[in-house]
Design a protein around this ligand. Sequence first.
Ligand code: FAD
Length: 178
Amino acid sequence: MTSNLIDANGTIPVFAGTHVPQLRLPSSVRLEVMQTNGHQPAPATFVETEIISNDEIAPEHYLMRVRSEALANGEPGQFGVIRPGAATDVHPILPRPMAAYRYDREAGTADFVYRVVGYGTAAMAQRRAGDIVEIVGPVGRPFPIADDANGILIVGRGIGVCSLTTLVEAARQQNTEI
Ligand SMILES: Cc1cc2nc3c(=O)[nH]c(=O)nc-3n(C[C@H](O)[C@H](O)[C@H](O)COP(=O)(O)OP(=O)(O)OC[C@H]3O[C@@H](n4cnc5c(N)ncnc54)[C@H](O)[C@@H]3O)c2cc1C
């Protein structure tokens, strides 16, 4: 669906009516709205989120665990959009999307695994347990498994496999062959 989304104030409504006032584009700009198949996206609001741990688990690879009921209840294939710097920074670095690597609904936590390749991930790697990061999420269209699926084939490579681990866990839980 394509529609002119600029309202009278020159703002662009994104994610179910949430407005981002700092985004101002010419009224000729048209945005493509992603279909969500009934899935309700999270509001595009950054939430201050506590880092529980942020450890190097392999050379250049880190696992950041955060405390968040919302993220912990995300679905397979969803991701968070993380401001890499401290909450008090002016945020010179744009937020970075990071796939949820694991959800722990009981503990109310979510994990992100990332590889340090540039400015954003280098800033993330400097964050410590107890720090606050700002995250929007969970966002993105989930990877649903059809009820009548006999099995699923999962293909991934490199750091991209981190977006598939929640799908693997969901498949295991519903005894879907992988
Ligand atoms: C939906 C989604 C999910 C994602 N999930 C993950 C995830 O789970 N884990 C993960 O690690 N990443 C993930 N990514 C990618 C992530 O968002 C970042 O884009 C990525 O980690 C790089 O961010 P950065 O800020 O460190 O790199 P940037 O600073 O943005 O740099 C990007 C690339 O450009 C290179 N570069 C930067 N500056 C220069 C320069 N001056 N000259 C030459 N080259 C340069 C860097 O080396 C790097 O390779 C995901 C992306 C999407 C869209």
